[in-house]
Design a protein around this ligand. Structure first.
Ligand code: C5P
Length: 240
């Protein structure tokens, strides 16, 4: 039916961890499983949105692609490797999206040089290579910039993992990040050491740029995705 709250809207969701090549067989990666982003994809699709998933490395099965049918909304799936590939895919897909969710764990740095052939150890000494890194672009910020350049009516959502520090608790660090990134919603994972990555349960606080009360969710990644989708629906309905 057409009575779902996000019917007719297009959402693009990134998930998984980027892999930054060192040579043809090696990369720098991270422990992101992709589970949270896939939960967001399911929740948005269940609310009626057409979803484009942009998946970096994930540890779990991806949804099936499907075109729009009477039975429900469409699902597109694009695979990427590196942060630069993710940026290109997200910018292309976000171009005509109503909702953008950056769940992916993007590497902050990539090797400055990618060797064209496999890096070998020397047979006549014990030398080890030194890997120089360069910064990757902040994709979330560039998507906010793209929205501004297009003067587009679009909701942009970021994720953050915060441990807090001596001066700030995780939520106030999240508030600062929300302002810095310029997105509409920020899901702040309150992380200890290995509490979140690869786990099935999580604790997040959803912060909104419109100053509304933060929403805290402790539960499964599907619970978090459901609460986030409710916030997306709320913000969408407020502006339409
Ligand atoms: O700055 P931080 O990495 O904590 O920000 C996390 C948020 O920014 C996530 O939504 C993540 O997907 C996004 N991000 C990005 N590009 C980067 C780093 C993070 O889009 N290079």
């Amino acid at each position: 039916g057409t009575d779902l709250p996000l019917t007719g809207l297009r959402a693009v969701v990134s998930t998984g961890g980027t892999q930054e090549a060192l040579d043809p067989v090696r990369y720098l990666g991270n422990r992101s499983s992709g589970k949270q982003g896939l939960a967001v994809v399911r929740a948005l699709a269940a609310a009626g949105a057409d979803v484009d998933l942009v998946a970096a490395h994930v540890d779990v099965p991806l949804p099936q692609q499907r075109t729009q049918t009477n039975g429900g909304p469409s699902m597109g799936v694009t695979r990427v490797g590196s942060a630069l590939e993710l940026k290109e895919a997200m910018e292309a897909s976000a171009h005509d999206a109503d909702i953008v969710v950056m769940t992916a764990a993007v590497a902050d740095f990539r090797p400055a040089q990618v060797a064209g052939t496999k890096i070998k150890k020397s047979t006549d000494n014990d030398d080890a290579p030194v890997i120089q890194l360069v910064r990757n672009p902040d994709i979330l910020r560039s998507l906010v910039q793209q929205r501004q350049d297009q003067a587009r009516d679009q909701l942009i959502v970021g994720f953050a993992a915060e441990t807090g520090d001596d001066q700030n608790d995780p939520v106030s660090l999240g508030r600062q990040k929300l302002a810095r990134k310029g997105c509409d919603l920020l899901c702040v994972n309150q992380v200890g050491t290995d509490l979140v990555f690869g786990q099935d349960t999580t604790a997040v606080t959803i912060l909104a740029a419109d100053g509304s009360e933060p929403v805290t969710v402790a539960g499964s990644k599907d619970d978090v995705a459901q609460a986030l989708t409710e916030q997306i629906v709320r913000l969408h309905q407020r502006s339409h």
